[in-house]
Design a protein around this ligand. Structure first.
Ligand code: SD4
Length: 291
């Protein structure tokens, strides 16, 4: 059986998985690991789809979506949050300090300030410039993701064998103001069941929401599929829909089961998973549907 602890994340995010691994190796919880791992990408201004430096919506607002889920099945989420870098931490506070699961927009921001988070301008010079260039044509085309840096979703199993997961994003660049994707929707962008396993998604959120992707992957694992088989089945639900436009968008899943087996699969090439296990921090190219 695979050795514990381990952490996996969407895309090529070695600094984030290293942060999480350090916590896990020292006996820390999977929950702390995924939160602090995701925070590395949120603070990185060069990552244009997470936290500070994330590309804005079409009106120039950087709006963040994030969620977190623990070994007890507790969860917290924030949607369309502005002016706070560490959306995943606000989501954790929603989980731990409120009777609710989800806070949106101004209410989420107000709650964050009450919890001591600082107001920050998330629009960097670079992301402002990119937005201004985009405005010249204002074409809204979700672009297939060929970058190696994107929305971060992270799943970890700690030394006790307990699973947690988190996900954080600025969503699709130049989206409509108020648009919320899959990433903060429990069961779509992320799902954790400590008895079975966990899954997290990236790509065109609308397509993930329509198939409740992460919950689907976890349920397929519950029925006996490996993480790899479950990710493949969830992608096939999307591409096999009548009139599916899948050639024009990307969706990728990563998953882990209770035994520590992992899987990853996407519609298009170039999706990858970063995996830190046995002192190795590896970037693994995902297999994909569209050959
Ligand atoms: C969203 N799933 O907001 C996110 C975006 C993403 O790689 O994952 N991009 O739809």
């Amino acid at each position: 059986t695979p050795s514990l602890p381990l952490v996996i994340a969407t895309w090529n995010v070695p600094n984030a998985t290293a942060k999480a691994w350090h916590i896990l190796e020292n006996g820390g919880s999977a929950l702390d690991a995924v939160e602090q791992g995701c925070m590395v990408e949120e603070a990185d201004v060069n990552n244009t789809s997470v936290g500070k430096g994330g590309l804005p919506d079409r009106d120039g607002h950087v709006t963040l979506d994030a969620c977190i889920m623990d070994k007890h099945g507790n969860c917290g989420s924030v949607v369309c949050l502005e002016n706070i870098t560490h959306a995943v931490s606000v989501a954790r506070n929603v989980m731990e300090k409120t009777p609710h699961v989800m806070l949106a927009g101004k209410g989420a921001e107000q709650f964050a300030y009450e919890q001591g988070f600082k107001k920050e301008n998330l629009l960097t010079e670079a992301s402002k410039k990119a937005w201004e260039d985009w405005k010249i044509k204002s074409e809204y085309k979700p672009i297939i993701n060929i970058e190696n840096h994107d929305t971060i979703g992270m799943l970890a199993i700690d030394k006790n064998g307990d699973i947690s997961g988190a996900c954080t994003t600025s969503g699709l660049a130049y989206k409509m103001h108020g648009r919320v994707g899959d990433s903060p929707i429990i069961g779509s962008g992320l799902y954790v069941d400590n008895e079975v396993g966990a899954c997290v998604a990236t790509g065109l959120g609308e397509e993930v929401v329509k198939t409740v992707g992460s919950f689907l992957v976890v349920e397929l694992m519950r029925q006996g599929k490996s993480p790899q088989e479950a990710c493949e089945e969830a992608i096939s639900r999307i591409v096999n829909k009548p009139n599916s436009n899948y050639k024009n968008f990307q969706v990728g899943y990563i998953a882990v089961n209770k035994q520590g087996e992992t899987g990853s699969y996407a519609i298009h090439q170039w999706f990858s998973m970063t995996k830190y296990q046995n002192n190795n921090n590896d970037n693994i190219q995902a297999t994909f549907y569209l050959k």
